[in-house]
Design a protein around this ligand. Structure first.
Ligand SMILES: Nc1ncnc2c1ncn2[C@@H]1O[C@H](COP(=O)(O)OP(=O)(O)OP(=O)(O)O)[C@@H](O)[C@H]1O
Length: 312
């Protein structure tokens, strides 16, 4: 049981001329939720599908529960739960019937009726897959991934498109799996989801890890000063007055000029830093309104490490 749930070392994946994963390394612990975050096209699905044994790597090492996902696929299959992004359920299959069939392939499955109830699918038990709403189809896929009580489950965007109630139910299920000692590898575009569920967050951009840690480690000590003014400021001059590595982000909205000022290092934004900002404003004859020091969220860290420009 000492081997990690997933160990990825120097992973490389190419599609023709595109290198989607460029020497990526991370480890996911057993009994923990590991979230892979990244902008569109960062390489998350490629990594997950290689770990699931659905795609071949072009370089590096991947071990899942200590085994090779391709050559040990038969041994891994009953121990690993997979939630396919596009359902994987025949269109005519009825919800409960399909889940019972999936349960029959496992030695000690979760009771299908309990799972249907838990995921709010009891009223759709007799409905064929094609008549389920998108959110119901998504929840049935999630149920299929966990029905066999896997040691490890891969969830690729499990709550994409779910309404808030269904998302909550999915979060409760993921938390319950973790409590039961299951390792969960999750991709998501919802930062709140990662912040709530993940023990470890790996932020990926352009096929490599840009930063990783617990949500607390990634956000701890990281603060920013926000304020707005009715006249534009010389942001470069403010930046020059602050300790090296500080950044001033300016945006204009509703006739106001808004500023977010951040320090480079965690804990660098203290009382003196704040005093420097307000003194600079005073010397420029500018009143900083709605001034506040706020803790930065995982979303702030994500945008800072992966940039703000749109991806393809
Ligand atoms: N089968 C394929 N053939 C060619 N290129 C592909 C293929 N699958 C993925 N890619 C490319 O590899 C890169 C990584 O894609 P991937 O789907 O792994 O990213 P992702 O992080 O999961 O993105 P998203 O958040 O949009 O789901 C992208 O540039 C994508 O266009």
């Amino acid at each position: 049981m000492d081997t990690p749930a997933v160990e990825v070392v120097d992973l490389v994946k190419r599609y023709g001329a595109t290198t989607a994963v460029t020497g990526l390394t991370f480890t996911a612990r057993r009994g923990a939720v590991t979230a892979l975050l990244g902008p569109n096209g960062a390489g998350k699905t490629s990594i997950i599908e290689i770990c699931e044994g659905f795609r071949h790597a072009d370089g590096g090492k991947v071990r899942v529960l200590g085994l090779d996902p391709v050559s040990d696929a038969t041994e891994l299959k009953p121990r690993v739960g997979v939630m396919p992004q596009s359902g994987g359920v025949p269109t005519g299959a009825r919800t409960a019937e399909w889940l019972r069939l999936m349960a029959s392939f496992h030695a000690s499955p979760i009771d299908p009726d309990v799972l249907l109830d838990r995921l709010g699918l009891a009223s759709a038990a007799q409905t064929p897959f094609r008549r389920l709403s998108g959110g119901q189809q998504q929840r049935l896929s999630l149920a299929c991934a966990v029905i066999g009580r896997p040691e490890l489950v891969f969830l690729d965007e499990p709550t994409a498109g779910l309404d808030p109630q269904a998302r909550m139910a999915a979060w409760d299920l993921v938390s319950a799996l973790r409590e039961a000692g299951v390792a969960v590898i999750l991709t998501t575009h919802y930062m709140e989801e990662a912040e709530r569920l993940a023990d470890h967050v790996v932020i990926i951009d352009r096929g490599s890890v840009v930063v990783e840690g617990t949500p607390a480690e990634l956000t701890q000590g990281r603060r920013e000063v926000r304020f707005n003014t009715d006249v534009p400021l010389d942001a470069e001059a403010l930046e020059a007055a602050l300790p090296a590595g500080s950044r001033v982000l300016a945006t204009a909205a509703g006739g106001r000029h808004e500023y977010a000022v951040a320090a480079d290092e965690p804990d660098a934004l203290g009382p003196e830093f704040l005093a420097t900002v307000t003194a600079w404003c005073a010397s420029s004859g500018v009143l900083a309104e709605d001034l506040r020091v706020r803790r930065r969220t995982l979303e702030d860290v994500f945008l800072e490490t992966t940039g703000r420009e749109l991806r393809d």
